[in-house]
Design a protein around this ligand. Structure first.
Ligand SMILES: O=C(O)c1ccccc1N[C@@H]1O[C@H](COP(=O)(O)O)[C@@H](O)[C@H]1O
Length: 227
């Protein structure tokens, strides 16, 4: 169980940016590993620690909570820690490795790499070697959640072969492109926000279901194919 579980024979799924009770009830009905709360005020998916506490109370214990932050203040971290069950921290800003470790303490954390043709992946991986997984995302306005894919060809095949077991792939995923994404990366997990929304910040239950179905049927197809 869990987004960072390497023993699963399937692709782990995180749905990010849930902000309403209805989103949580839908998540509870899907066999997903994690949901994300966005504690970044400019985001259309922002929830306060108090809201996250209430939403967390109705979330299934089987589903992990990822706390997504972008260069957070100490005060915000304190508030999140005191109110929310955080299973994994997600750092999506310019946090240094030391700052990630300081905030996360004993809780696992993931650092997002925002990929463009200037990005030096080797340096990033060395710098953030303590990250339990690396989130690969696109460069978008507002740090993330922009529904944009990055150019997958920028990631060398050899790097994918050696490191995909530590990758949570994100950036513009949806039920139509996720099979190709899994075939290309064979990642530890996939992370989606915009692709399961009717409009920015508004999750659509049918799209959430379709995304999970697409991931699970891709895994099944790949296991039958034996690849
Ligand atoms: O979701 C947001 O609003 C957000 C804000 C700031 C940083 C990251 C954010 N979300 C993360 O962005 C990626 C990609 O999301 P999308 O599927 O392309 O919309 C994902 O890791 C979200 O967790």
């Amino acid at each position: 169980m869990g987004l960072l579980n390497h023993q699963n024979s399937y692709t782990n799924i995180k749905i990010c940016g849930l902000s309403k009770e209805q989103d949580i009830l839908v998540a509870n009905s899907l066999a997903i590993e994690a949901i994300g709360f966005v504690f970044y005020p400019p985001s259309p998916r922002y929830v306060s620690p108090q809201q996250a506490l209430q939403l967390g109370n109705i979330l299934s214990d089987e589903i992990q909570i990822v706390a997504l932050v972008v260069d957070p203040s100490d005060e915000l971290i304190q508030e999140i820690r005191s109110q929310v069950r955080v299973d994994i921290w997600q750092f999506h800003g310019d946090e240094s490795p030391a700052r990630c470790a300081e905030i996360a303490q004993a809780t696992p954390w993931m650092k997002a790499a925002r990929i463009d043709d200037q990005f030096v992946l080797q340096d990033f991986c060395l710098q953030y070697s303590a990250s339990a997984a690396w989130i690969l995302d696109a460069v978008v306005e507002g740090f993330g959640g922009g529904g944009q894919t990055f150019n997958w060809q920028l990631i060398p095949d050899i790097w994918i072969k050696e490191n995909a077991h530590r990758v949570v792939l994100s950036g513009g995923l949806n039920s139509h492109n996720v099979a190709e994404a899994i075939a290309h990366f064979r990642p530890l997990g996939v992370d989606i926000s915009s692709g399961v929304e009717a409009s920015r910040g508004n999750k659509e239950p049918n799209l959430m279901q379709q995304f999970v179905d697409a991931v699970r049927s891709t895994d099944q197809y790949n296991s039958i194919k034996g690849s």
